[in-house]
Design a protein around this ligand. Structure first.
Ligand code: CA
Length: 228
């Protein structure tokens, strides 16, 4: 089943590239250019996520959020705001938004937040429960990992890291993408956090011996999971 996303944004320069990026990720996207249109669609149709601009014509994003929250509590709301001061966050929280992204935002960060929100709100729909590649079987529901049939105990972040890599097997993931998805923060990239976790993970899945590695380092860019 396709995950449907409603994008409420009146600025074409933001709405168009964002809608394209969401479509590329496999979501079915509808765009609403006014607050009233956004509210009508959110109440009439079945969306998993509403990406909601704070400043919308006709009806303010906060008001849309309040009404959506009252009528459709299960719909995840990610608010876009140009204003990043604390007051707006507090007001937005009161209105019932689940998360925020300040403008201007970087596309991969918004995609990471989107995936995280959808995973929290509908785990069975968004992420596959079991991923298998390279002799590793990762079961998200049971939070269990086996390597060649043997159980491996992973810490929370190691599990999330492995899941993110495996869900995108064969694709180069940048350090920023990984940090944004697993840690919710790309500004850790100067730290050794990611490298330390990769190193622990490699040891636990037996990737530190032999010549062929499942987790491949692409120097200066990031990592790729290869099903060897
Ligand atoms: Ca706007």
């Amino acid at each position: 089943m396709t995950t449907r996303v409603l994008l409420a944004e009146d600025d074409e320069a933001i709405a168009s590239p964002l809608a394209r990026a969401l479509s590329r990720e496999g979501y079915e996207v509808d765009v609403a250019g006014t607050g009233t249109d956004a509210l009508r669609r959110a109440l009439d149709e079945e969306y998993a996520l509403l990406i909601l601009d704070l400043g919308l014509p006709e009806l303010d994003g906060l008001e849309v959020c309040r009404e959506v929250r009252a009528a459709r509590p299960e719909l995840a709301v990610l608010m876009l705001t140009a204003r990043t001061d604390e007051m707006d966050f507090v007001v937005g929280l009161d209105a019932g938004a689940d998360d925020y992204v300040g403008k201007p935002f970087r596309m991969f960060e918004l995609m990471a937040r989107t995936r995280a929100l959808l995973r929290r709100s509908a785990p069975a729909q968004d992420a596959p429960e079991v991923v298998e590649a390279g002799g590793i079987r990762l079961d998200s529901t049971a939070r269990r990992v086996t390597v060649d049939g043997a159980d491996v105990a992973l810490a929370n972040k190691e599990f999330e890291l492995l899941r993110f890599l495996m869900e995108h097997a064969g694709r180069l993931l940048t350090r920023e993408e990984i940090l944004a998805d697993v840690w919710g923060d790309s500004d850790l990239r100067g730290s050794k956090t990611l490298d330390m976790h990769i190193s622990w993970l490699r040891r636990k899945i037996g990737d530190d011996t032999g010549t062929q590695r499942r987790i491949v380092t692409v120097r200066g860019v990031g990592f790729r999971f290869d099903a060897v």
